[in-house]
Write a protein that binds this ligand. Sequence first.
Ligand SMILES: NC(=O)c1ccc[n+]([C@@H]2O[C@H](COP(=O)([O-])OP(=O)(O)OC[C@H]3O[C@@H](n4cnc5c(N)ncnc54)[C@H](OP(=O)(O)O)[C@@H]3O)[C@@H](O)[C@H]2O)c1
Length: 428
Amino acid sequence: VTDRMVRVGLLGCGVVGSSVLRLLEAHAEDLLRRAGSRFEVARVAVRDPQRPRDVPQPTRGFTGDPSVLVGDPEIDVVIETMGGIEPARSLLLDALGAGKPVVTANKELLASHGAELFRSAGEHGGSLHFEAAVGGGIPLIRPLTESLAAERVSRFLGIVNGTTNYVLTRMTEDGMSFGDALEDAQRLGYAERDPADDLEGYDAAAKCAILASLAFNTEVRASDVYREGIARVSPEDVAFADRLGYVVKLLAVAELEDGDIAARVHPAMISREHPLAAVRDSFNAVFVHGPSVGELMFYGRGAGGEPTAVAVLGDLVAASRSLDRATAFRSPWYADRRIRPMEAMEAQFYLLLDVVDRPGVLAKIAGAFGDNKVSIKSVWQEGTGEDALIVLITHRANEGALQQTVRDLRAFDVVLEVRSVMRVEDKG
Ligand SMILES: NC(=O)c1ccc[n+]([C@@H]2O[C@H](COP(=O)([O-])OP(=O)(O)OC[C@H]3O[C@@H](n4cnc5c(N)ncnc54)[C@H](OP(=O)(O)O)[C@@H]3O)[C@@H](O)[C@H]2O)c1
C-alpha cells in the first residue's frame, strides 16, 4: 500500500457534496486499500462560505470563488456537485483544460454539453467520470460503458425519476388523485417545492439522453428525447391499467429502430408481470436488453445524498487511477447514429374514448384506425347509459399515424371525447 496523496477540490457542498465529505472521511481506510491513495479535500467552493456546515473541514477551507479551486495547481482531481449549467460548465472546462480528472453528478450539464467536456478531457489528458449523474447510487454508467463493451444494447426501459415514481405508486396503490399524491410526496421530501423539472419529465429526459448516448455510442441530448410528463395521468387511467393487467409508470425508453436511435420519456402502461412494475415508491431501475447478455436489471435508490455520494466516491477511485496511468480518455461517443423524430417512432397505445352508444359506432371507430394503418390488438366496450366507454389497445404502430387517428376520432360526432391516449410497453 502506497501513501500517495490525491488532493481533491470539491465544487458544491449541498445534499450530495456534504455526503461526499462525510463518506470520504468515514471510509478513508477502505479507499486507501482499494485505490492505493489517501484523499485529502483541499478546498470546497460554495455560494456562502460563511455558513456553518456540519461536515469534515477541508484543509484549506471553504471559498466563495470556485475559480480559485479549479486553477489551484495543487489540486489533482475536481469533483463537481453544484449542479446547473453555468458556472459548472466553464469551471469543468477549465479543470479539464488543465488536464485534471473531473467527477461530476450533473446530468443537466452532461445531457446538454457533454460533447465539449468529452473533447476537452481527451485533448488535455484528463478524464471525465459521471456515475452519479444517472440513477444516484445505482451503478449504471460503468456497466454500460465498460462491463458491456462487448455487447450491443438493443433497448432499455428505465424508471429514472423517484418523485414521479412515488406519485404514480400512491395513485396506483392508494387510489389517490395526482394532486393529493404530489402533496404527499412534497410532505415527505420526495418532491421539491417547484417540482416541474421532475413532473414534466425534464429530469428523466436528461438521464434518458445520457443512458441512450452510452448504450448507442452517439451523442444524444436531452432535447433529442421526446418528453411527456405525468400531470395528465388520471385515476381513471390507473384503474383501467389495473383492470387490463398493467401498471402506469413514467418510463425512459430508448431503442434502435432500423439503426436509428429512438428515445422517449412518457407515462406508459407496463405489464404487472414485468420486473419494472415492482419498482415502487421513489426507487429507480433500468432494464437493459442485449442480444448476447439477454436481460439485465439495475435497481436501487436513484437519488439522495448518501447513495449519490457512494457513486461519486467510486468515480474518485477511478479518477485517481487515471492520474498514474497514461491511458488516453476515450469519448464513449464514437458511432454516428441518427436520432428518430417522434413522428417516426413506433409504440403500442391504449386509448380511452367516450362515445355515443349507438349501433355502428364501433365499426366507424375501427375504420379510423384502419385508414391510418394502425392495427387494433384488443377492444372493450362498457355502457354507461346514454354513452359508452371504449378502451382500445393497438399493436405497435407509427406515432405519426396514431396521432392522425386521434385527430380523425376527435372529428367524429359519435366520439364525445378522446379521454386518454397512453403508450403501452408490451415488448418487455
Ligand atoms: N440530490 C440528489 O439526490 C442528487 C442525485 C443525483 C445527482 N444529483 C446532482 O448533484 C448535483 C448537486 O445536487 P444537490 O442536491 O447536492 O444540490 P444542492 O443541495 O442545491 O447543493 C448545491 C451546492 O452547490 C453550491 N453552489 C451552487 N451554485 C454555486 C455557485 N455558483 N458557486 C459556488 N457554489 C455554488 C451550493 O452552495 P451553498 O451551500 O452555499 O448554497 C451548494 O453547496 C446536481 O447536479 C444534481 O442534479 C443530485
